[in-house]
Design a protein around this ligand. Structure first.
Ligand code: SF4
Length: 362
């Protein structure tokens, strides 16, 4: 088997690590590019969301590179995503590709479901082999996320723009190559120290901004035109409401300690939205309510035609918890100059708002 999965942040790093430990060939798609987007747009129904189009483009490029087994998210939730693997399978078969599609219903089947998928892929490897390999992959996500959280803090104040991003790229390469958990611990320590040494501009008072919204466009930098990097250049310390490692914890493991962060967010949204509306719409409302006091502003990322985020976008202006929100609609028409203009105007607004509040507090 030559296994692939669509790009989603650094998903390929952990997946590749697990597959290689199990002796299975991993074929990550080439990095998502304009070509990926063009292929996805060309072969997708027009009204579908950007995650569908980009993941379809990833699959086409991975098949061209020799992949023959495709892993794709699936499930029974209210979002269309749960059915995307069926439609993508049909489209790819109509294009003449030969492959096997494996749907991943991880939210329902949790960690055990994930283990069984690797059991199937390896043709029945022992649990003693599968479990450490899967845990190694998951550990890689935790290390990447710890480093990325710090990168987002440093970007706002670094003297040389791009220094933190360069360290992140080096760290990803080292993490992808790591074969043992103890080397991951060393990599984490080494790159966090490197980030601590990045020269900073002491005159910058970073603004605190949260990036939140639909899961895919929040995590996948190509789909949001590197919004975190651009905010960093504007002097914003970015906090993201979700990371791949957090998501794997929520999705793969039961939570024996009671309420987790996701439940807290749902509870916060209740006065304005009483039920799950699919995707991450409920969470988007809850994030605003829960964190209005913690941030100078929120960037709400929503794919065009995404019903859950349209609901959230319409509710957010009516909450009594007050914090400026900029909704960015992500689709194939989105251009960098337009996005930058909106980001600059938004950052200007929240900077003035902070100054006014500081003045009023004196
Ligand atoms: S949540 Fe919205 S954008 Fe994401 S997959 Fe579902 S419909 Fe598409």
């Amino acid at each position: 088997m030559r296994v692939t999965a669509p790009h989603l942040a650094h998903l390929w790093v952990g997946l590749k690590g697990t597959l290689e430990e199990l002796g299975v060939e991993s074929v990550p798609p080439p990095p998502t590019s304009r070509r990926t987007l063009s292929l996805g747009v060309k072969y997708s129904p027009e009204g579908l969301c950007l995650p569908f189009k980009l993941t379809l483009g990833n699959f086409i490029e991975a098949l061209e590179a020799g992949a023959d087994t495709l892993l794709m998210a699936a499930g029974t939730g209210t979002c269309r995503l749960g059915r995307y693997h069926l439609l993508q399978k049909q489209i790819l078969q109509d294009l003449g590709y030969k492959f096997k599609m494996i749907p991943l219903g991880v939210s329902e089947k949790k960690f055990l479901g994930l283990l069984h998928i690797f059991k199937f892929i390896t043709g029945g490897a022992s649990w003693a082999k599968i479990i450490p390999a899967v845990l190694l992959g998951l550990k890689k996500y935790s290390v990447i996320d710890d480093i990325e959280r710090e990168v987002n803090r440093v970007r706002a104040v670094e003297r040389e723009k791009g220094a933190a991003s360069r360290i992140l790229r080096q760290a990803i390469t080292a993490i992808a190559e790591a074969k043992r958990p103890h080397s991951l611990r060393e990599i984490r320590k080494y790159y966090l120290e490197k980030l601590a040494q990045v020269p900073r501009n002491p005159n910058i008072q970073p603004l605190k901004v949260m990036v939140m919204g639909e899961f895919y466009v929040v995590l996948e930098p190509f789909s949001n035109l590197d919004v975190e990097i651009e905010l960093g250049k504007l002097g914003c310390e970015v906090h993201r409401n979700l990371y791949l490692s957090d998501w794997t914890k929520f999705s793969f493991f039961l939570n024996p300690l009671g309420m987790n962060e996701k439940q807290r967010v749902h509870r916060a949204a209740l006065p304005y939205l009483k039920r799950d509306v699919g995707g991450d719409g409920w969470e988007s409302v809850g994030e605003k309510v829960l964190h209005a006091q913690d941030y100078d502003g929120l960037i709400h990322l929503a794919p065009f035609t995404c019903m859950p985020e349209i609901i959230a976008e319409n509710i957010m202006p009516t909450t009594k918890e007050d914090v400026p929100v900029l909704t960015l609609i992500c689709d194939e028409q989105m251009g960098k100059p337009g996005m930058l203009t909106r980001l600059e105007a938004f950052v200007d607004l929240i900077r003035r708002r902070r100054k006014a509040r500081e003045k009023a507090a004196i």
